[in-house]
Design a protein around this ligand. Structure first.
Ligand code: 5RP
Length: 223
């Protein structure tokens, strides 16, 4: 196993310890949170843990259900106590970019419905200023070339995410424009500008959402 995968497993599994009896838990999407979900599946076999989980993607739903984790739709729960998710990049203020796995829309809805949020990240995700990772922006397929043009004219260099020959489709059947921005000095302003554009469904900037990020410390510890 390479270093990055090792770190993902380390922090991902540790995050499962934050899930307590009685909680309604949001489960994020990606390779790091997959370790949390698998660990949770193991805990459920050993412990009496009365929990309900809400998913952020089809991929996560399938994995969680295959492990016997009790799942509900977001509309079937009144609130979420804790959501654990991965992240593509985060800064010292714990703002981040998400959506590398294409699940940013459901991830943001679930995160906003949560009383608390934790991200799990391998060491490569920590940056001083956001923007080295291309910012995913979910857009409606209708008129997407015009939406992309407006984003391009703002200097944000959008590239339509592809899945082979065809545009990549999110779980909501939308497209994603990966925006190569460089340093994002005013994330809040950028997020507001993007979301005000007709055709934009949501962008991958997560600002003031998480209270804690679990990252590796040394060889086999987590901070
Ligand atoms: C999916 C996401 C993921 O959480 C993010 O891409 C991190 O993924 P990984 O844990 O595989 O590095 O935002 O939309």
């Amino acid at each position: 196993m390479d270093r990055k995968s090792y770190e993902k497993q380390l922090v991902g599994e540790r995050a499962a310890d934050y899930i307590r009896d009685g909680m309604i838990v949001g489960l994020g999407t990606g390779s790091t949170i997959a370790f949390t979900i698998k660990k949770l599946g193991e805990r459920l076999k050993r412990e009496t843990l009365n929990i309900t989980c809400v998913s952020t993607s089809n991929q996560t739903s399938e994995l969680a259900k295959s492990l016997g984790i009790p799942m509900k739709e977001l509309n079937e729960v009144s609130h979420i106590d804790l959501t654990i998710d991965g992240v593509d990049e985060f800064d010292p203020q714990l703002n981040g970019i998400k959506g590398g796995g294409g699940a940013l829309l459901f991830e943001k809805i679930v995160a906003k419905a949560s009383k608390s949020n934790i991200w799990v990240a391998d060491g490569s995700k920590e940056v001083d200023i956001l923007g080295a990772f291309p910012l995913p922006v979910e857009v409606l397929p209708f008129g997407s070339q015009h939406t992309a043009r407006a984003i391009r004219e703002k200097g944000l260099d959008p590239k339509l995410r592809m899945d082979g020959e065809n545009p990549y489709r999110t779980d909501s059947r939308n497209f994603i424009l990966d925006c190569h921005i460089g340093k994002i000095t005013e994330p809040e302003r950028l997020s507001q500008w993007l979301n005000a554009l007709p055709g934009v469904i949501e962008n991958g900037l997560f600002i003031n959402i998480v209270g804690k990020v679990l990252i590796p410390e040394g060889d086999n510890d987590v901070k």
